[in-house]
Design a protein around this ligand. Sequence first.
Ligand SMILES: [Zn+2]
Length: 140
Amino acid sequence: MHNDSKPRVYNSPPPFWFLIRRAFPSASLEHQIFAFYPAIYSSVPVSADLMEHEGTHLKQQGSKLGALVWWFRYWYSPGFRYRMEVEACTAQYHKAQTMASREHVKALLEKMADNLSSSVYNNCVTREQAYRDLANATYD
Ligand SMILES: [Zn+2]
């Protein structure tokens, strides 16, 4: 295993949490995982498929400065936020496919669509649209 290449997970609030919580009032340290290059911040164990999701955000950020820019765009642009999440959810889905049952993976798609269309992401998309886009993005 290449544990060195795995991002570190800290059980502490992400950098600039005081700003993030203002930008995303529904975000919670107990229920969400945060990616802020080069690490992941979570108070719960991060499953392999979620690791893939957060790892995608780290790649999108690319550097510490990149993380700052990413978070700013992520806050002010619902379109950017949505694109970043669809990419991360797609990676998560494909990882889940390698380790979980068909039923579980199907349920994951529903859960991701629920989640993406919720207040947690400041309602950047409708449930119907999120499900359609995720189904298209993950289809293989
Ligand atoms: Zn995400």
